[in-house]
Design a protein around this ligand. Structure first.
Ligand code: SAH
Length: 243
């Protein structure tokens, strides 16, 4: 039997938000590879080997998956949300660049529902016009680049989605982000904090930038900032389709 790799997104949390395509890959797999809490979301069964690893070892993890598949295993690399959004798909291709002997392997990327889209759906339609997604972790890029992109996005009047808003290594970073946004967008701009979307711990709160505090976000929160036209309608938040 020849091996393969599927890089799969498990969605934001709820079982119902796992795509049928991903469920099929998980059912056919011999090996699951991924960050500990994501591997924990896969149901154990006899014959299924679980390889859970810690954060920040993405390329090593990907190399391990390539070696398993080359030896005949059917490997699913799991990410939360979508594997292409600040997750394992790019790490796999980085590992593949460094291991040309594996480039003929059967590799598929299986999309998932990313956190910002699950959160936006709960809130209404805050990303209904042009928007951008920014990872606020400075783990893999300098903080100055994060600020430059925030300013550019505010200047262009994009709605924005922020992943990894408060990292343990830089807890003061998100306070700086809020300050920068208040300066660039004004205090009346709407901001939604969506925590643990689609899980039993889900919490959504929308406030103005003037009311927002850094503690409203943690590492399980995705943050959505509206553009200049984003507004409330009833209990919803939406961004008009036109500008
Ligand atoms: N690949 C994932 C993102 C990984 S980065 C995706 O596509 O969703 C991890 C960040 O995603 C978290 O810090 C948080 O900002 C966001 N996130 C992941 N799951 C979430 C959920 N259920 N609710 C809110 N934010 C979530």
């Amino acid at each position: 039997m020849s091996g393969w790799i599927a890089v799969a997104g498990l969605g934001p949390g709820a079982e119902t938000l796992v795509t049928p395509e991903v469920s099929v890959a998980l059912a056919e797999a011999t090996d699951i590879v991924g960050y500990i809490p994501y591997v924990a979301r896969v149901a154990a069964r006899p014959g299924l080997r679980l390889h859970a690893s810690d954060n920040r070892v993405e390329v090593e993890r990907a190399r391990h998956a390539l070696e398993l598949a080359a030896a005949g295993a059917r490997v699913v690399i799991v990410s939360s949300g979508d594997p292409g959004v600040f997750a394992m798909a790019s790490a796999l291709f980085e590992a593949l660049e460094a291991a040309p002997e594996h480039q003929q392997l059967d590799i598929r990327v299986l999309p998932g529902i990313t956190a910002m889209l699950a959160a936006a759906a709960r809130a209404g339609a805050p990303l209904g016009h042009d928007f951008c997604a920014i990872n606020l972790s400075d783990n893999l890029k300098p903080w100055a680049l994060i600020e430059a992109r925030l300013r550019a996005a505010a200047q262009a009047d994009f709605a924005m989605a922020f992943y990894n808003p408060r990292s343990r290594s830089r807890p003061e970073g998100f306070a700086r982000v809020l300050e920068l946004l208040r300066e660039a967008c004004g205090g009346e701009r709407l901001i939604t904090f969506a925590r643990a979307v689609s899980t039993p711990e889900e919490q959504l709160v929308t406030v103005t930038l003037a009311e927002a505090t850094p503690e409203m976000a943690d590492m399980r929160t995705v943050v959505l900032v509206g553009n200049s036209a984003t507004r409330r309608v009833g209990r919803w938040v939406y961004t008009p389709r036109s500008a």
